[in-house]
Design a protein around this ligand. Structure first.
Ligand SMILES: NC(=O)c1ccc[n+]([C@@H]2O[C@H](COP(=O)([O-])OP(=O)(O)OC[C@H]3O[C@@H](n4cnc5c(N)ncnc54)[C@H](OP(=O)(O)O)[C@@H]3O)[C@@H](O)[C@H]2O)c1
Length: 271
């Protein structure tokens, strides 16, 4: 698929819709003139038009008629109604990329009367700063070129991986819910810093930079987390004393349980 010829429509100009618009324009995957967004709030459309010089549309069906690739960025609760509105404007020439959490590609295709190609993506909230961890899976009618195009689009929002759809619940449990686990860990580090005498401001700055720095180190060195941990754990030193407490409290097991519980919950919600 030649992305330069694509007319991109985005259903829903909320937080994720805007992140996608910002990412794909910044990465030059699409130019502003190729993008149209629809939303139910006129004020929101005006803001997006003024900010990104894109086209806007208050009619979802017209947006689908005028687009060759359509990103579904409305909440899962309103998705069935929006899909039904658009079904009559859909045919097999159109590719739908859904980011709606927990909604299966079969469901999207059925709501569109099966007359489309569907790919599903599960980004996370870091898409807002173009650092998302996104998993993509292929759905009904989608071709390998469609998947390649989706990869290009979501790589503009961060990192992407391809998985089978049956693993999307696991993705939700790990990277979908993951930022919240990290925020909780960050909050704990900050409180701990205050407990050992630092001001909250200093503790916040040190703790958030520590998490950012550690993640960057993993990314840039491509070393395993285990190896990097060993490198900073000197015999009889401070770090091993801290790690001992975390291990005694079952830190790793707790994190594994959390990911498993969120995965399970995602399965339940998808039924
Ligand atoms: N946020 C995340 O971190 C995240 C992560 C992964 C996946 N997702 C998925 O991304 C999707 C969008 O999430 P979000 O956080 O961007 O939600 P959001 O900020 O609420 O964006 C949805 C937008 O769609 C608009 N809308 C509502 N009904 C509509 C309709 N009938 N036609 C057109 N637009 C309509 C909403 O307007 P109003 O606000 O006026 O209702 C809002 O501007 C969801 O399906 C969610 O599951 C989000």
């Amino acid at each position: 698929m030649d992305l330069k010829k694509v007319k991109l429509g985005i259903l829903g100009g909320g937080a994720m819709g805007e992140a996608i618009i910002r990412g794909i324009i910044k990465a030059r995957v699409f130019s502003s003139s190729q993008i149209t967004v629809s939303d139910i709030t006129a004020q929101r459309l005006k803001y997006l038009k003024d900010s990104y010089k894109i086209k806007t549309c208050s009619d979802n069906k017209k947006l689908v008629t005028d687009s060759s690739v359509i990103i579904i960025a409305v909440k899962p609760q309103v998705l069935p109604a929006v899909m039904k509105e658009c079904a009559a404007a859909t045919d097999k020439t159109k590719l739908f990329l859904s980011i709606a959490a927990g909604v299966k590609t079969d469901t999207v295709a059925a709501l569109l009367s099966g007359n489309c190609r569907v790919i599903r993506a599960m980004p996370n909230t870091a898409a807002l700063v173009l650092e998302s961890a996104t998993a993509l899976c292929s759905g009904p009618g989608a071709t390998s070129q469609d998947l390649e195009a989706a990869e290009k689009i979501f790589t503009a929002l961060g990192k992407t991986v391809l998985v089978d759809e049956k693993l999307m619940d696991a993705v939700t449990g790990l990277s979908g819910s993951g930022p919240a686990y990290v925020f909780l860990f960050l909050e704990a580090l900050i409180d701990a810093g205050v407990k050992v005498g630092l001001t909250r401001t200093v503790a916040s700055e040190l703790a958030s930079q520590t998490i950012y720095g550690a993640a960057t180190l993993v990314k840039e060195t491509q070393e395993s987390a285990t190896r990097l941990k060993e490198q900073v754990t000197s015999p009889g030193g401070t770090t091993i004393s801290g790690l001992h407490v975390l291990e005694k409290g079952g830190f790793k097991g707790l994190v594994m349980d959390a990911v498993e519980a969120a995965t399970q919950r995602s399965k339940e919600l998808g039924k």
